[in-house]
Design a protein around this ligand. Structure first.
Ligand SMILES: [Zn+2]
Length: 379
């Protein structure tokens, strides 16, 4: 329970423009700001934010409200969740009593899943940084790819031990319930009814949702163990909090840069995103190898109308660049394509170039999609 004085402090601190800007790209329009409405699909902005009134409003669908109402509607938060989100943003300390066991049980299922995921992310980080096997295998893998410590921290990378029971034993020991360990997909049950780690022996890439919560995980088998294994990557199964066609890897870390640069780079893999950040290009996301869904395009469109598809220049890269492009164009996105030279992917290219050189290369070589398609047909 949050006390009344704290609630007032939070309400006083919350700035509607700053709060909405976390989710929607706003442009000044007289005394107000406007942007594409996050509550309905549109191509011209009818969503207005008034700093003077502390409110936002869509003149097309009618949704909006004050900062708390906006968060509840947009992020599907409860009232207390919205208050906590704001308190965190504005560094306001919340004094509240411990929840009773009954209240803990009453917390929503979604919240329980987020809590398990958050703990799991920290567990995987801890194993990679402190367990001898984690350091020798997981950390060694990321170091061998040239990832700096600050980048490993920024993307909260981790490692799950080879012992397929280790996570479940640790999580149950901490009081996390089997129900949510299964619902988040971190574990599954074998024939004997035991909980088995889905990501055992894999390095872990957490998927952070747009509001900063851990929605799922991707696990990658290490090179030495991929012989004869089909599934190099395993991702969280869809759940109440993770829908693979609605999430974009790296969006949480990229959203500010996307809005600032007014462009997003679309790449194929986790390591492409991470290497580009390390190189200094942060407006980049990936969607784990499938064509972009309409939901993902809508999410990106809130931040920018400009997208550049960035792929390796081989046949697979060209094939990937062609998928889902009709939908991007019909949704009003300005689409450019850039194929990298000599079998480079964004990951390897970032490691060989500075951000300035990379940007220069992009500027000089990205082509309008229609031109790209025409050239391809002529070839
Ligand atoms: Zn609207």
């Amino acid at each position: 329970m949050i006390d009344h004085a704290t609630v007032e402090r939070i309400k006083d601190a919350a700035n509607i423009v700053e709060v909405v800007s976390e989710f929607v790209t706003l442009r000044r329009s007289g005394a107000n700001y406007k942007g594409l409405c996050p509550f309905h699909d549109e191509k011209t902005p009818s969503f207005y934010v008034s700093p003077a009134r502390g409110m936002c409003h869509c003149f097309s669908c009618g949704k909006g409200g004050n900062p708390i109402g906006f968060l509840m509607e947009h992020e599907q938060m409860t009232y207390p969740e919205a208050l906590r989100w704001l308190a965190n943003k504005y560094h306001i300390e919340i004094r509240e009593r411990e929840l009773t066991d009954y209240e803990k049980r009453e917390q929503s299922e979604r919240e329980s899943m987020f809590i398990v995921n958050e703990w799991a992310m920290k567990y995987f980080q801890d194993k990679m940084q402190n367990d001898p096997d984690g350091i020798a295998i997981g950390m060694q893998y990321f170091r061998s790819r040239g990832f700096r410590d600050d980048i490993i921290q920024k993307f909260q990378l981790g490692y799950d031990l080879v012992d397929r029971r280790a996570f479940a034993v640790a999580a149950l020991g901490k009081g996390y319930k089997e129900e949510f360990i299964l619902k988040t997909g971190i574990c599954y049950k074998n024939d004997r009814g035991e909980l088995i780690d889905r990501y055992a022996g894999r390095v872990i890439f957490p998927w952070i949702g747009i509001s900063g919560k851990v929605v799922g995980f991707g696990g990658r088998l290490l090179d030495s163990r991929t012989k004869g294994v089909n599934q190099k990557y395993v991702n969280s199964p869809d759940s109440e909090i993770y829908h693979k066609d609605r999430e974009l890897y790296g969006l949480y870390q990229a959203k500010k840069a996307i809005a600032k640069e007014d462009r997003v780079f679309m790449v194929e893999g986790y390591t492409d995103v991470i290497s580009m950040h390390q190189c200094g290009i942060e407006n980049v996301v990936a969607n784990s190898g499938t064509a972009l869904s309409i939901h993902q395009i809508h999410i990106l469109h809130r931040f920018t109308s400009n997208i550049t598809l960035l792929y390796d220049g081989d046949a697979a890269g060209i094939h990937a660049a062609m998928r889902g492009t009709d939908m991007l164009l019909s949704e009003g996105m300005n689409l450019k394509v850039l194929l990298l030279p000599d079998g480079d992917d964004p990951d390897s290219f970032s490691r060989k170039h500075t951000a300035a050189d990379f940007r220069k290369y992009i500027e000089e070589h990205q082509t309008d999609f229609i031109q790209f398609k025409t050239d391809l047909l002529l070839r």
